[in-house]
Design a binder for this molecule. Structure first.
Ligand SMILES: NC(=O)c1ccc[n+]([C@@H]2O[C@H](COP(=O)([O-])OP(=O)(O)OC[C@H]3O[C@@H](n4cnc5c(N)ncnc54)[C@H](O)[C@@H]3O)[C@@H](O)[C@H]2O)c1
Length: 337
């Protein structure tokens, strides 16, 4: 069976990707630096939950540690690399810009270099919907401009795409970038709104809501995400000789490189989202209404035609079903009720 490296395996998406791939019979190695950007206990619990899975082991490795990373690649000779390790979060990039440059730029370059030196069949890596930045056209599509990032985080994700494209062109490393749109679900990320809103509602803390909650966003349930990542593993992009010397659209290339939105294509109104949470939790949210923030968009969601055409992907989890699973997990994990 194919051997897969999952970086960021103690993280939210990485944890679920490992579970899915092991269930499909892949031989999986997970690495993570277990940084303290959020609750380290949660990351360790995720790893604890994965321990004992067949054909899986975990090592605490920072992707910035080139020597350790190269030694791992040399030893394991991976077929597939799924890079989810990154410094995530938009706001934190204002406080700690260099964390982003270290993990997302230097660390990611180490991944590319390792894939070059110890060739892999497919590199799949996390980009983000934030690369669309100031693009005002909805739904966001892969051929839209990504030339106007609005945070350092988004700029590093855009840089990841550019770096991977250059390695695909230079060294023929088949690479796929995934632009995630707000992923949510059990074992999720405490820094994200669905999690912090749940915390606040349970503990009677105030939630800041902008524009009376009249904002629409795509929320993508984790199972839909991991199912399509599993489908993509064997869909490595190939060289497109007919595209050489042609005028290319932003999503096209002659190199073995593809970029996909991975979202839900069904935006949810923020106030509806809060009402569903209140209903599931059985408590009213304490809300502070604030005017819309400068630069905030009323609606963002993903055009997923390209991913659907490539894999047959159609997200199947509606927001109430997904939030029900999340709230049930939250209650069990934090021993509430
Ligand atoms: N969750 C979302 O909605 C979302 C949206 C857009 C993009 N993404 C991207 O998807 C990927 C996974 O996101 P997530 O939600 O699971 O985040 P997460 O923070 O839960 O997981 C990332 C993991 O990477 C690890 N990590 C960070 N720097 C590292 C380094 N230098 N070496 C090794 N490990 C390191 C962290 O400890 C963490 O466990 C990230 O690249 C993120 O930017 C996620």
């Amino acid at each position: 069976m194919k051997k897969v490296l999952v970086t960021g395996a103690a993280g939210f998406i990485g944890f679920h990707v490992v579970k899915k791939l092991v269930s499909l019979g892949y031989n999986v190695v997970g690495i993570d630096s277990i940084n303290d950007y959020y609750n380290v206990g949660l990351k360790k619990d995720r790893i604890g939950n994965l321990k004992g899975l067949p054909d899986f082991y975990f090592e605490e490795i920072n992707i910035c540690d080139k020597a350790k990373l190269d030694a791992l690649f040399e030893k394991e000779k991976f077929d597939i690399v799924i890079n989810l390790a990154a410094q995530a979060g938009v706001r934190y990039s204002i406080e700690k810009p260099y964390n982003y440059l270290d993990s997302n730029i230097s660390g990611f370059t180490n991944i590319l270099e390792a894939c070059r030196r110890f060739p892999v069949k497919h590199l799949i890596f996390a980009s983000s919907s934030s690369v669309y930045g100031a693009n005002a056209k909805v739904p966001f599509a892969e051929n839209d401009t990504t030339d106007h990032p609005l945070s350092l985080y988004a700029a590093t994700k855009k840089a990841n795409e550019a770096l991977a494209h250059s390695y695909a062109a230079l060294y023929g490393i088949p690479s796929t970038a995934l632009r995630f749109f707000t992923v949510y679900g059990p074992w999720g990320r405490p820094d994200m709104a669905y999690f912090s809103f749940t915390d606040s509602i349970y503990h009677g803390k105030t939630i800041k809501v902008f524009n009376n909650g009249n904002m629409r966003r795509d929320f993508t349930y984790i199972d839909d995400i991991v199912n399509v990542i599993a489908l993509l593993i064997d869909k490595q992009p190939s060289v497109q000789p007919d595209k050489q010397g042609q005028i290319l659209l932003p999503s096209e290339s002659y190199a073995p490189y593809k970029v996909y939105n991975i979202g839900n294509n069904n935006p949810v109104n923020l106030s509806d989202f809060i009402h569903i949470l209140e209903d599931l939790i059985g408590k009213k949210a304490v809300i502070e209404n604030l005017p819309i923030q400068k630069g905030d968009m009323l609606e963002t969601y993903a055009d997923i035609e390209a991913l659907s055409n490539a894999t047959g992907y159609r997200p199947v989890t509606d927001i109430r079903t997904g939030l029900t699973s999340f709230v049930n997990w939250y209650k069990e994990y934090f021993k509430i009720g």
